[in-house]
Unconditional design. Structure first.
Length: 565
């Protein structure tokens, strides 16, 4: 190799080495003799090749795991490039090695490439792929293999294992109110709590976001798994962190790992439905309920697309004068296979699936269009009350769409009453108050439905910008009972609410005795089968046109099927 060519190779920053085969008398390659290495290669090899120019000697000083000689022989004989990767502890560097032969087959050329950055980046990608960035826990990509190992081990040792899925409650509200950093801190705190339970039989995984999985293995009894899950729940209770959990056990609940995961998730879902902040073990009737819900959701989706709903309108009357106060718009759904499906059955499914948003838009538009028609054609001066779901109200564009719909139909806002349930207060009271205040500022009326059945209290009423409070029919049902308990409670509610300047509507009034008591208590408005059942638009228009017989009451016809909303 000429001096000038050596200088050129020396100037290359990549390590380069040139060697020639050492042959025996039978022309077999017994070694390789280094005839040249550039400065970069000499430095990468820590200058050991200067002392030992034969492959058989320097390989022991560089890296014994690299088959330098075998790779060189393969390249000489086949002409194909040989390559491998190795780590140099001395340099703390990852190298990629390539060995090629020259065209005249006299030499082999060895080049090294520093791939340390690429290796580190690749490791970072693997860490991201298999570890949760926020908690540094192994993520759901690791769960499948862990469950299969747990299953095989449990079968071999004739033991049980349990899956505990945990989901933090109300994290979205924490993020909305206190910021993303507060939500992240809660997730990290929760991970630290769960780390206290890790041992050789308890593994912890992040399932993403606010969800974790505990894999509890090598247990003889289901009760032992339950004891661990109970202790986990107590730990969260002691730190005032609300969490919902669901567990499933192998082989009791299933011998298939994907089913166990699904069953544990069903249990979490049930815990959320029952009020959150609780752990529930999977039971087989949950699966049947889940399948029924999925079937109902599929039907509901089809009904939304084909607009299979109908609005009925139930009249409301001034309790003293008997004059028509207005109507409450009530959604009805008739399924050709099942028949009438009550709102109490399909509305929760619609809220959970998000279908309540398009359903709610349809209800508002249909009710407003009907109201405009009645105002124009029948000189209707009353109020149209429309139910709005908490899910619908929390949509970012709800208020703007509400204003646009009112403007589209050119309706006086004070003839519209937005009826809410106590659910609007559960997740974010401050946001609920702001939204309702905006609705009031638009000129609309606001009514609180089903008072006394859920989370509200009289103290909440001072915070909410309301016009009307509806006393739930569960109070009215027993208002005439001989013990007088419900009557006293109802009377107290009406007195206190009236002092706050709110109207009261009694729902579900079905007999004259109830009506007499409500008059005595100075209730404002009555709604129920005694004065009028929900009616079709055609029946309402007949009544507005002067046909009083169009109204159906509990005394005029058989009660039939009843729907509260």
């Amino acid at each position: 190799m000429s001096f000038n060519f050596k200088n050129i190779i020396n100037a290359i920053s990549s390590p380069v080495l040139v060697a020639e085969p050492v042959l025996n008398s039978e022309n077999d390659i017994t070694d390789f003799h280094v005839i040249f290495q550039n400065d970069a290669f000499s430095k990468a090899a820590n200058y050991v090749i200067n002392e030992s120019p034969l492959f058989s000697q320097f390989r022991l000083k560089i890296n014994q795991e690299v088959s330098w000689f075998e790779m060189g022989v393969n390249t000489v004989k086949s002409g194909a490039k040989s390559e491998t990767t190795y780590y140099s502890p001395a340099n703390r560097t990852w190298f990629h090695i390539e060995i090629e032969r020259t065209d005249d087959n006299k030499y082999i050329v060895v080049t090294l490439a520093d791939i340390t950055k690429e290796k580190r980046h690749s490791q970072e990608l693997r860490d991201i792929a298999y570890h949760d960035v926020l908690t540094q826990l192994p993520n759901r990509n690791c769960v499948k293999d862990a469950l299969e190992i747990a299953k095989d081990t449990a079968r071999y040792t004739e033991t049980k294992f349990g899956i505990l899925l945990l989901n933090l409650d109300n994290l979205k509200n924490i993020n909305d109110i206190n910021g993303q950093a507060a939500g992240d801190e809660l997730i990290r705190r929760s991970a630290d709590i769960l780390r206290n339970f890790e041992n050789e039989n308890v593994e912890l995984y992040s399932m993403g976001g606010d969800e974790f999985l505990l894999l509890i293995t090598n247990e003889e009894k289901t009760d032992s798994i339950a004891n661990i899950t109970d202790t986990v729940f107590e730990s969260f209770c002691n730190t005032n962190i609300s969490v919902s959990g669901g567990s499933a056990v192998f082989p009791d609940d299933s011998e298939q790992t994907d089913e166990l995961l699904r069953f544990a998730d069903m249990a979490v879902h049930t815990a959320k439905q029952k009020g959150k902040n609780r752990f529930i073990n999977f039971e087989f009737d949950m699966q049947q309920i889940f399948l029924q819900k999925m079937s109902l959701q599929a039907k509901l989706t089809a009904a939304v697309l084909s607009r299979k709903f109908q609005l009925y309108y139930q009249p409301q009357f001034d309790i003293k004068s008997g004059e028509l106060r207005g109507f409450e718009a009530l959604i009805r759904w008739y399924d050709t296979e099942t028949g009438y499906i009550p709102p109490s059955t399909f509305i929760p499914v619609a809220e959970e699936s998000g279908l309540i948003v398009p359903i709610g838009k349809w209800v508002l538009c249909t009710a407003f269009l009907t109201l405009k028609k009645w105002q124009t054609k029948y000189n209707f001066k009353g109020i149209m009350s429309v139910n709005v779901s908490p899910v619908q109200m929390r949509q970012e564009n709800f208020l703007s769409e509400l204003a646009d719909t009112i403007s589209k139909y050119d309706i006086a806002p004070d003839t519209i009453e937005i009826e809410i349930t106590e659910g609007v207060m559960i997740d974010n009271m401050r946001m609920a108050v702001q939204t309702l205040a905006y609705i009031k500022n638009m000129g609309l009326r606001v009514s609180l439905d089903d008072f006394g059945t859920g989370y509200s209290s009289l103290s909440y009423l001072q915070m909410l910008p309301l016009d009307t409070l509806k006393i739930d029919k569960s109070f009215i049902n027993n208002i005439t009972a001989s013990d007088g308990i419900q009557a006293n409670i109802t009377n107290s509610i009406i007195n206190m609410v009236s002092k706050m300047g709110l109207d009261t509507i009694a729902e579900g009034v079905e007999d004259s005795a109830q009506l007499s008591l409500l008059k005595k208590f100075n209730c404002s408005i009555v709604q129920g089968y005694l004065r009028g059942k929900p009616m079709t638009q055609e029946k309402c228009e007949a009544y507005l046109a002067g046909d009083n017989s169009a109204i159906e009451t509990v005394s005029s016809t058989a009660a039939g099927s009843r729907y509260s909303t």
